[in-house]
Design a protein around this ligand. Structure first.
Ligand SMILES: [Zn+2]
Ligand SMILES: [Zn+2]
Length: 391
């Protein structure tokens, strides 16, 4: 009996010892991988600390994405840290190697993962420090896409949008009978002002003062439209990227409708965003000539002449389409702008007196190897034209 007991005890001791060894190994593996998961990047500007990035910041955007993604653009984290236009970025990698880049040259090819790994042009770095030199232009540009709806609300004497951080750009208290918002999709500010200087845009070059504004990140139609119509940033609208088409926040059209105003929205071939509380008409390419802006224009003229609402929203798409296909410096892109400039001129003539007009773009466009694109944290994508006119 005694022997049996001892055997049993020895067995038990062995199990406990094995189990202890296992426990020690297991916890050290967990601890080690935990260490790898916990990382911090000090974000500095001109040598001064402004922010710290950690796994939870990157995970937030990866998990919010409607697409299955492993990494996010580094630009997303720069925008979240309060940067818009950036000149240079310097990374201090774990091995203490320091790498400096002109931001615009790497903006499209730089990503960050949940592990804190930054990939730039397929080269890996685990930064401990990221020093960012903002562009001087960022401080000079005063207007934002988020100011446009608060301005229009002000022009029509509507209450302010509840979630807006944008501000009305109107300084007087005059109340306009009608307001028109004209969205020219994908207009690059530099290209537009160059064409105005070359006297290729008769209307835009001779009416009012064209100003620069900043759109939000990502500079794509959906997130820009959400911030345009709410006056709120993407972190509030919940529209971080492709795929989302509606925001839960109050949009300008909700506000107009609640206050008894009529709203009409004229779109192209599809509805890129939920324009609720607006009488919406899709223009399409009704005449089958390959273009839809001419149909948007004709529909707009019908509405202006027959049933001008209190608030009219018009969206021209083709400049963006030509930009994607041929690039913002192409003749096709210039022609699309010239066509819209002509439509603007005729619409302006037809508009009733006592109308406030906001003409703007949702984002810009940059040149790529096979045409153009937008959606990147870079000047050409983020800077938009804003032109306020009255009649
Ligand atoms: Zn767009
Ligand atoms: Zn586009």
């Amino acid at each position: 009996m005694a022997d049996k007991h001892r055997e049993h005890r020895i067995e038990l001791t062995m199990i406990t010892r094995e189990f202890r060894i296992f426990l020690v190994l297991f916890t050290s593996i967990i601890a080690l991988s935990g260490c790898q998961n916990q990382w911090q990047i000090a974000v500095l500007t001109n040598g001064k600390g402004v922010n710290t990035l950690s796994k939870k910041d990157v995970s937030f955007y990866i998990e919010k994405s409607v697409e299955e993604i492993e990494v996010i653009p580094l630009g997303q984290m720069l925008f979240a840290s309060g940067f818009t236009l950036v000149d240079e970025i310097t990374l201090r990698c774990k091995d203490d190697e320091v790498r400096a880049f002109i931001w615009d040259e790497i903006a499209e090819q730089s990503t960050i993962s949940k592990k804190g790994e930054v990939m730039i042009n397929a080269e890996s770095c685990y930064p401990t420090e990221m020093n960012i030199s903002p562009s001087a232009l960022a401080g000079e540009i005063e207007y934002s896409i988020m100011d446009i709806s608060p301005t229009v609300a002000d022009a029509l004497d509507l209450p302010q949008l509840p979630d807006a951080i944008g501000k009305s750009l109107i300084t007087d208290t005059y109340i306009w009978e009608h307001a028109v918002m004209i969205l020219m999709d994908g207009v690059q500010y530099d290209q537009l002002s160059e064409m105005i200087d070359d006297e290729r845009l008769t209307f835009l070059g001779s009416h009012g003062e064209l100003t620069q504004g900043l759109t939000v990140y990502p500079p794509i139609t959906t997130s820009s439209s959400a911030s345009l119509l709410t006056g709120a940033p993407p972190i509030e609208t919940g529209i971080f990227g492709h795929g989302y088409r509606s925001t839960a926040l109050t949009i300008l059209f909700d506000l107009a409708f609640e206050n008894g105003k009529t709203v009409t929205a004229i779109e192209g071939t599809s509805l890129p965003f939920n324009l609720r509380n607006a009488e919406t008409s899709l223009s399409g390419d009704q005449d089958g000539n390959g273009y839809s802006d001419d149909n948007v224009f004709l529909n707009s003229m019908d509405v202006i002449l027959d049933q001008m609402p209190d608030l009219l929203y018009i969206h021209f798409h083709e400049i963006d389409d030509m930009g994607h296909s041929y690039g913002p410096e192409s003749a096709e892109y210039a022609s699309a702008l010239i066509r819209v400039d002509g439509y603007l001129s005729q619409m302006f003539e037809a508009l009733p007196d006592n109308t406030f007009i906001a003409i703007f773009s949702d984002h810009g466009m940059h040149t790529t190897t096979d045409g153009g694109n937008h959606g990147t944290l870079m000047a050409n994508d983020l800077i938009i034209p804003i032109l306020l006119l009255t009649k």
